[in-house]
Write a protein that binds this ligand. Structure first.
Ligand SMILES: [Zn+2]
Length: 237
């Protein structure tokens, strides 16, 4: 049994850390599940599971380096290199959602929110579903869910999507400069926005260090089940 979770299991303590489902933080979830189920369970970060699924036999299959992004209630990321998840020395490789939004404009600096992680102005605060809703509310006074904003022709909604897309492009450009992935695969509810696949590549290219062709930005192949499939991949066949 493999399970994708928000956050990760600390190698040092065996306890959950970095979860936006904050009630899991500091809890021995893996141990509890092993005991309750009477079998060994493997846990991994949900974005890492998603990236592994899409790199194995999804949209990123055949690509050497895949950056998987979850744009949902949070913003997560995972890096797969030649079919293996890059865990990192502290289990946080790919967690770029808690970097500060790059190149913040004066207005964005004035609008930054506190993040559950204790920092301010995290990419997640702008590029998650709740982040899009909060931005739209600030500008329009309307309390809409992210999917309603994404699919609306309302001028304020279109403007919010434009701001969202540029923020996401700036954020992905920093990933380009660091690991230059062969493919970026988008997942989570906001990955259903068709306009991202049309508008993001050129925007990311314009913000990245080299204007030598846009990055390959792909929609996931396995949809909502992708992370679950990746969790199953945690066990060798
Ligand atoms: Zn944060």
């Amino acid at each position: 049994m493999g399970i994708g979770i928000p956050g990760t299991v600390s190698a040092a303590s065996g306890l959950i850390k970095n979860a936006n489902s904050t009630w899991l933080i500091g809890k021995p979830l893996a141990q509890d599940l092993n005991t309750a189920l009477g079998r060994q369970v493997r846990l991994a970060n949900d974005a890492n599971c998603f990236a592994l699924s899409e790199a194995s036999d999804g949209a990123g299959a055949g690509q050497a380096v895949v950056f998987g992004v979850i744009l949902g209630t949070g913003v997560g990321g995972g890096v797969v290199v030649h079919g293996r998840v890059l865990e990192g020395g502290h289990g946080i490789a790919g967690e770029w959602g808690h970097n500060p939004l790059p190149g913040m404009l004066a207005q964005e600096l004035a609008e930054i929110d506190d993040c559950y992680c204790g920092r301010r102005g995290c990419i997640e605060s702008f590029c998650s579903g709740p982040g899009l809703s909060a931005d739209f509310f600030r500008h329009s006074g309307l309390a809409w869910a992210a999917d309603a904003i994404a699919s609306s022709d309302h001028p304020a909604a279109k403007a919010a999507v434009t701001r969202f897309t540029d923020r996401l492009a700036r954020s992905l450009a920093t990933v380009m400069n660091l690991i230059d992935p062969d493919a970026i695969v988008l997942g989570g509810g906001l990955s259903n926005m068709e306009s991202l696949y049309r508008d993001l590549p050129a925007l990311v290219e314009s913000h990245a260090f080299t204007p030598e062709g846009p990055p390959r930005i792909l929609r996931n192949k396995h949809g909502d089940s992708s992370g679950v499939r990746g969790a199953a991949w945690l066990w060798p066949s």
